[in-house]
Design a protein around this ligand. Sequence first.
Ligand code: UD1
Ligand code: CA
Length: 473
Amino acid sequence: MVVPREDALSTGGARPVVAVVLAAGLGTRMKSRLPKVLHEAGGRPLLAWPLDAARAAGCARIVVVAGHGAEEVQRRFAADDVRFMLQERQLGTGHALAQAAPEVEGEATVLVLSGDVPLVRVETLRALLAAAGDCGAAMAVADLDAPASLGRVLATNDGRLAAIVEFKDATPDQRAVRTINAGLYALPAPAIFDELARLRPNNAQAELYLTDAVTALAQQSGGVALHRLADPDEALGVNTRVELAQVHRLLVERKLQELMLAGVTVLEPQRTRIDAEVTVSQDTVIHPDVSILGKSAVGAGCTLHQGAWLRDTTLGDDVTIEPHSVLDGAIVESGCRVGPFARLRPGTRLGAGARVGNFVEVKASRLGAGAKANHLAYVGDATVGEKANIGAGVVTCNYDGEKKHPTDIGAGAFVGSDTMLVAPVRVGSGATTAAGSVITKDVPDGALAIGRSRQRNLEGWQQRRKKKRDEKG
Ligand code: UD1
Ligand code: CA
């Protein structure tokens, strides 16, 4: 699937840093048809996290070693700075890293990450690169109370790496060691590839262990520096959906903490979800059960009440979202009030101070500043002028069964309750439509349009009916 390019690594001069993300693992324990690294945590596929961390650490080039679901992975993550190498059979982490060799020419530092370890911080990658120095090696370790089946790290007297022993190959004494291999390394090339080429699968899992190659580097002159993770959660990997939920929560908590420290009130963090790329400005207050997803941006001084759900939505300043409102791909200017129980669909833009109330759906429409649609309306493919009022139960009949048509409502117009606006149609500025009208023709500016049958009152009808019944009975 990959044709190595000749210009791949001709950076010249200083040792280039190439990140290699190992992501070929089968992920059998996920019990899923989706490749493991495409499962989402914190609103993004798992693989996006180490990729972005590597980018932020200044890696100009990233190699993803893909296997299971490689085509899907490549499609999802194709980018100028990413190369994909196929590991057809998953023969172990050493074999996986060896696949990246054609992409790393000459002298380089290889930063190794795992596609299923999303909590890795850019500061950690920078620290690893610094610890590796110019041509040395470094790896991240963590001290865990419950090191489970992770690889154990044995240290020399001067605190450098002596050996990494996989749990399945470890003696009881080695298993008692609480320092584990986090699976993050900064390694010198070509030395590491020379060691990988010498690997043999003489171990309990009959795999080619990257850890054996790193242990071999430890015997060489520079040795391997150990970088202790201050936050061992950074090493958490995802193998099951239980672990997926754990890292998801941790990623969201990280985001919420960042926002709270920047001046956003999050009343109940454990009941709030905000995706990584969302921005929220100062003094916005977020009530429980709010989700802000995708590339949303929330201004300052906003209040998002319980159950607000926003995706790819922009709010200006001082916007209030009342409970249980859904905003998807909308732009809401400053001072607007939306909901409760409102739905703004993609292409909605509300001008400053506009108001959209309960059970109102707006799609691909612009409401001018100060316009109102307070109750039970459908506004689709419409342009609504400033300060126009859309009455309760108004419907823009925008679809004729084949095509969508536009509705244009002028500034200051008053669209009476239960008006059906059969598009394409225009209601002029300052015009009024009578309640219950079916408007099929344009209404001139300032006119009153009445499009309904005239009311007749039949005086005394009830008595006449009663009399008839009595005569029969
Ligand atoms: C590995 C380390 C272990 C460490 C742990 C940290 C080895 C031999 N052991 O354990 O010391 O404590 O990581 O999480 O390296 N992968 C491939 N191709 C393969 C095998 C794995 O791409 O053939 C990828 C996986 O998709 C994963 C990463 O490499 O992203 C690590 O593999 P995994 O099987 O999870 O590592 P462990 O054997 O658990
Ligand atoms: Ca394994």
